[in-house]
Design a protein around this ligand. Structure first.
Ligand SMILES: [Cu+2]
Length: 278
């Protein structure tokens, strides 16, 4: 038995920015959950605050972390992080319990009473499923667009920049030579023959006089081509892993901030819906 369970778990929502207020009515304690990097002192006569933002649901345990007396060893801390919808149910139920007010909001089950109510209920369910499928559809296209279209195009554009630059400069040179040829065909032809011949001759000389260096050059070219092809899935996979890891990479932070924003909106809507039947 680990002495970690508590009588009343502290329920919070994941993906919501929350503020915890901590105080004490006897001596100094410390409310700590190491696995969530949370530690805040409970001081009599003072209210300390702590920012909480759980990224996924779960049960998180901690212990009092400031020597407070003989029973200091027996002060577990337990936080249960749930999704925003469950948190709304919990907060409303507790609110009503605290106010001693029964059925002060319209329970969603009561909506299903009667024939008309049943129709409304079914229509709401269908609307909910449609909305969910719609958001799945949008997300699918978002990720398809990002990893299937944007990333390959980006890698291809960056990788082919040198090639494009070389092609453009080669075309410009050829254009200049064509202009020269129109003005002075004999000189231009002599230059072209000597230029191309020189290139071919130096290539042949290189291959004949330094066969090992020439082979290395060919192998290096082929190898870098293979590396470029092989590394693309690796780069794409890395981006995917980064997007789901909890490390502080900018893209991940943006993703989390966006999810918290969405979750906050949903939380307020759920709260409004629960109290709108009043
Ligand atoms: Cu203690």
């Amino acid at each position: 038995y680990r002495l970690l369970e508590v009588d009343n778990r502290c329920v919070v929502s994941c993906l919501l920015q929350m503020r915890g207020l901590v105080t004490s009515d006897d001596v100094v304690h410390s409310w700590a959950i190491p696995s969530s990097s949370i530690k805040v002192d409970g001081v009599p006569g003072r209210i300390n605050q702590v920012g909480l933002c759980f990224l996924y649901p779960g049960v998180f345990y901690g212990q009092c972390s400031e020597l407070c007396g003989v029973n200091h060893s027996f002060m577990p801390v337990c936080v249960e992080a749930v999704c925003a919808g469950v948190f709304v149910d919990w907060i409303v139920d507790n609110h009503d319990m605290n106010l001693n007010a029964n059925a002060s909001y319209t329970c969603s089950n009561n909506l299903c009473a009667g024939a008309w109510g049943a129709i409304v209920c079914v229509a709401k369910k269908i609307w909910g499923v449609t909305k969910f499928l719609g958001s799945c559809y949008v997300m699918w296209f978002y990720y398809l667009g990002y990893y299937g279209v944007y990333m390959p195009i980006k890698v291809a554009v960056v990788g082919s920049f040198d090639l494009v630059w070389w092609t453009v400069s080669a075309c410009l040179s050829v254009g200049r030579w064509v202009g020269w040829f129109a003005m002075d065909p004999v000189d231009a032809s002599v230059f072209a023959i000597s230029y191309l011949g020189g290139k071919i001759w130096s290539g042949v000389c290189f291959a004949v006089t330094s066969p090992i260096a020439a082979s290395v050059w060919v192998v290096k070219g082929v190898w870098s081509g293979i590396c470029a092809v092989v590394s693309f899935p690796y780069v794409a996979f890395n981006a995917l892993v980064d997007s789901v890891s909890s490390f502080n990479e900018n893209g991940v932070q943006e993703l989390i901030a966006w999810q918290v924003y969405r979750s906050t909106k949903r939380f307020y809507w759920a709260l409004l819906n629960r109290y709108s039947g009043k």
